[in-house]
Design a protein. Structure first.
Length: 321
């Protein structure tokens, strides 16, 4: 890349926390390397990313949490533009999954500068792309019931309080139908493209975001029994180890309900639907990431050792300030 090149960086300027202010100062100090684009809402971030991709930008950087990343990914989906990540959110689940140093903006920026590109699977739920996970039922309802004011005042605790309030409700039954004919029923469904959910928690211990498969958890119990089983599964080292949850791996499946149920993607509410379709997006997502993942399945390790070209690309140089 020409040394004068400045890559576009999309961020949300509304973050008023101490972490948000530090992030803004960090970005402003690197004006020689990146061109800052502030967005007022997620649709604007998606449209901006799509415009950059259409113009042939080799890299678009997203600074924010998982919601901001999802918005930028929506704009980049189907293009050759690589995603750079500066994790400035609360959970930063996708950054954790890739081994990007979410605790240090300096170190995460170094990952971008090194220019190693990893190609990962990209899936869609009702045609909306997601990179890490999606949920139908309980966890989406928690997100739906958690107000912006509560999140601002309480942070992650706001979700826990909303979850406690919902434990006494009786959710509708969900039918899960895989493309190969397998069927399951339950009250909540989680689909993971990676191992992590909600931060450091490994909900999908078999997942690999380079195996072209989604890992799916179907929960049979509701209310307090659901929470107990979640805790029991985490303590045992895998949610698939509890008898009240079914663990599936599939490239495509449907979820159907008798009434409209909430759906979330990458921690953001998508809406309510009676039929939800999960499938591959058709193109891989190119991401600037560390060369060594924090953990791998045996298949991911084999791909890395063989150096299959589908999964990585030559480094790209980003100018230093």
């Amino acid at each position: 890349m020409p040394p004068s090149r400045r890559y576009p960086l999309i961020f949300n300027p509304k973050a008023r926390s101490q972490r948000g202010r530090r992030a803004l100062r960090f970005l402003e100090a690197r004006a020689a390397s990146v061109e800052l684009f502030a967005t007022a809402h997620e649709d604007e971030a998606s449209e901006l990313a799509a415009r950059f991709a259409a113009a042939g930008e080799p890299v678009v950087i997203a600074a924010g949490g998982d919601g901001t990343l999802n918005a930028v990914v929506r704009g980049l989906a189907g293009s050759n533009t690589a995603l750079g990540i500066l994790p400035t959110g609360t959970m930063n689940v996708f950054a954790r999954e890739l081994g990007i140093p979410f605790h240090s903006l300096d170190k995460s920026f170094e990952v971008i500068q090194r220019g190693f590109i990893r190609e990962i699977d990209l899936f869609r739920v009702n045609q909306v792309p997601f990179v890490q996970m999606a949920g139908v039922g309980f966890d989406a309802l928690v997100i739906e019931q958690t107000s912006w004011a509560a999140k601002k005042a309480l942070g992650p605790l706001a979700y826990l309080l909303a979850a406690v309030k919902l434990l006494g409700e009786h959710p509708p039954q969900l039918e899960v139908i895989c493309a190969d004919g397998r069927r399951e029923t339950g009250v909540a469904v989680l689909a993971g493209n990676g191992k992590l959910y909600g931060g450091p928690f490994k909900f999908f211990r078999k997942a690999d975001n380079q195996d072209s498969m989604l890992d799916v958890l179907v929960y049979k119990e509701e209310g307090y029994r659901l929470v107990v089983d979640l805790l029991r599964g985490l303590a045992a080292g895998g949610l698939d180890l509890v008898s009240s949850a079914s663990y599936l791996q599939t490239a495509e499946f449907f979820v159907r309900a008798a009434v409209e149920v909430p759906v979330e993607v990458d921690g953001e509410l998508l809406g309510r639907y009676r039929e939800i379709h999960f499938a591959q997006a058709g193109r891989l997502l190119r991401v600037l990431a560390p060369e060594v993942l924090p953990s791998r399945s045996w298949l991911g390790t084999l791909r890395h050792q063989l150096g299959w070209p589908r999964r990585s690309a030559p480094p790209m140089a980003i100018p230093t300030p």
